[in-house]
Ligand binder design. Structure first.
Ligand code: G3P
Ligand code: CA
Length: 255
């Protein structure tokens, strides 16, 4: 589209580069995360899963097929096997050779450069993954209050309760695409352990934002893929926009 969009100035809203800047580079690769940083995203969003030999890797699907030249489940492959794969070519030839990053590699490269919104994917496949994430953060002192911009989120609410117990100083978020998760009762329950309720953009309106804010939680909406999707979310009053295109304003949060 050639239309230009005039966004209302906002220094309140965090811009989150979804799977890195997934509109511009192969999702969940170092190249995509670097794009997010270059575009001054306040956070990069990463999807964390676990290999057969218990290592944490950054990939969205539970299978390798869509984003790499491998096949089968992440959980059925060792780190060594997964590191051989090409995670860039599916997106464009110029990204050939991009690898599936490890969780620790992403932490070490990007901590301090941008916030990291850590999603724990499909935790039912990975018993104990919460403990492993905790250890990786603690080893780096990334769990200390106000030390770094870190949020841990998941569609798996029990995992987030566990994270809140393991790392009470790190904010956690619940993800949902279901309106039934946004009843007053459910929001009250989330407020007992979560700092964020992060719904699909289709569920966001100003009354939901108010309900979440009344319970002292923040709200980040996903996933923006078109420019015209931004302003309604700003109007509704969200705290963050999770987007494949982090160069679409909202204006980045003021320093
Ligand atoms: O950050 C929220 C969003 O990433 C959740 O959906 O499928 O892209 O991981 P998905
Ligand atoms: Ca995600």
């Amino acid at each position: 589209t050639t239309a230009t969009f005039a966004y209302e100035a906002s220094d309140q809203v965090e811009t989150v580069a979804h799977r890195g800047a997934a509109g511009y580079a192969p999702e969940n690769t170092m190249a995509a995360f670097q794009k997010g940083v270059d575009m001054k995203a306040d956070y990069i969003e990463i999807d964390v899963q676990q290999t057969k030999d218990g290592e944490l890797v950054v990939i969205h699907d539970v299978t390798l097929d869509r984003t790499t030249n491998g096949t089968g489940y992440v959980k059925d492959h060792t780190l060594e096997e997964i590191r051989q794969l090409d995670a860039g070519s599916y997106f464009a030839p110029e990204f050939a050779g991009e690898k599936v990053p490890t969780f620790e590699e992403v932490l070490d490269e990007f901590r301090g450069k941008t916030g990291i919104l850590i999603e724990l994917k499909a935790t039912y496949y990975y018993p104990g993954i919460e403990q492993k994430v905790t250890e990786a953060l603690k080893e780096r002192n990334m769990h200390l209050p106000n030390n770094e911009k870190i949020i841990v989120q998941s569609f798996e609410f029990e995992s987030m309760k566990k994270m809140d117990e393991l790392l009470p100083t790190v904010p956690v978020g619940v993800l949902t695409g279901r309106a039934t998760d946004l009843s007053e009762e459910k929001l009250n329950e989330f407020a007992t352990y979560a700092e964020y309720v992060n719904p699909s953009k289709s569920l966001v309106n100003s009354s939901l934002v108010n309900e979440v804010h009344e319970r002292d939680m923040g709200i980040m909406a996903w996933t923006v893929r078109k420019k015209e999707e931004v302003q309604p979310l700003l109007d509704a009053g969200v705290d963050g926009i999770i987007t494949d295109y982090p160069d679409y304003p909202p204006a980045h949060k003021a320093e």
